[in-house]
Design a protein around this ligand. Sequence first.
Ligand code: PXG
Ligand code: PLP
Length: 448
Amino acid sequence: MNNNNDKTNYCGLSQEQLDAHWMPFTGNRQFKQDPRLIVSAEGNYYTDANGRKIFDGLSGLWTCGAGHSRPEIVEAVSKQVKELDYSPAFQFGHPKSFELAHRITELMPEGMNRVFFTGSGSESVETALKMARGYWRKKGLASKTRFIGRAKGYHGVNFGGISVGGIGPNRALYGQGIEAGHLPHTMMPENKFTQGMPAQGAHLADELEEMVALYDASNIAAVIVEPLAGSAGVIPPPIGYLKRLREICTKHNILLIFDEVITAFGRMGANTGSEAFGVVPDMMTIAKQLTNGVVPMGAVVAKQEIYDTYMETGGADYMLELPHGYTYSAHPVACAAGLASLDILAKDKLPERVQTIAPQFQELLHGLAGSKHVTDIRNYGLAGALTLAPNNGQPALRPYQVAMKCWQKGFYVRYGGDTIQLGLPFTSEVAEIDSLINALGESLNETE
Ligand code: PXG
Ligand code: PLP
């Protein structure tokens, strides 16, 4: 039982209360011995239970790029809860979902103008995969069911997402998934310490031709990749790689899905990764930054032709064209948060701001190149990561130790696998980035 007279404040929580919550992607046993509790947030900072200010070096979980507790979003959400707290998602609508869908399409590449709302990134991925299979069936090509993902890919945690995903530990416990193949990842030893997009590696996209030879295009529904791989430790695409994937997909009549749950709405210094890297997919999954993390929400954005195919083959007009949807699809409170958050993105010109400060972030981050344990550094926009050398065969140990030291120094960074990840708020000042990198450098040096 925690004792509130201790120096450490656990907000009066008992061990029973701590144990009751089975926490996601968390070392539960370790956490509950010494909980790291956050009690409030404003701008680029959290306040922890001991009243310490902590710089938010990952914008929540890549969610809160515009900074925390933005008054515009708080007001929009409060007003919405009072006015319309919930309305049925199926067969009835409310005005804000249509407004938000249209606003999203204005930020998308041309032709990507149909938006299907979900409650998260994982739900967006499942939705996109189902839409792809259904699309081919409706085209009379029912054998096109297989998906191609990529090693190190993260597409959420549901069965479709882990099947196309390429992070072993996220799959190992769960048995048979859906039919998928995996392209090789693009992290090459010769690209170590590259600033921004690596020059080498476009040829890795040609592996898709090998997979087409193996499975046959008549059996492949879609390729799904993150334009920049986030969770696996910020892996920017090699120059020319995405364009090559696009060409091969087009040639073989395979849909290309960009999973932009992390990359959409500013982090790449553009409205989308698609815009930043100059390649247009057929479908895109989005979430996180859509509501600035305030209310859970995701979406799939599809090319009009995909939507039209469903409409044209939908039968009588009272029939459902796509038997799919979530209780919380287009939740009114999420829509209000989304509209306010996209207003801020435009009003404060956040993608431009990211573009402006990204070179300074890059320079400071790569200043860690000589630090203890660091074997690689990667970055693009306001996303960056370090790979650390394993300690006695334990790759995940040092990142955890380094992140804990950063936390003690007043900086929140993400640790996962053998990497430390940074996803700075778009509103970061260069002095804040400098302090964060200094704290990270000290923490690396203090770690065995
Ligand atoms: N696709 C991608 C590309 C993602 O990054 C998801 C799907 C799943 O979204 P939901 O909302 O279901 O979690 C994600 C989520 C990290 C980290 O630290 C990344 C994610 C989630 C939590 C932590 O890299 N990505
Ligand atoms: N399980 C049951 C028993 C349900 O009734 C529902 C929704 O009605 C779901 C799961 C799916 O929930 P959601 O629509 O929030 O994904």
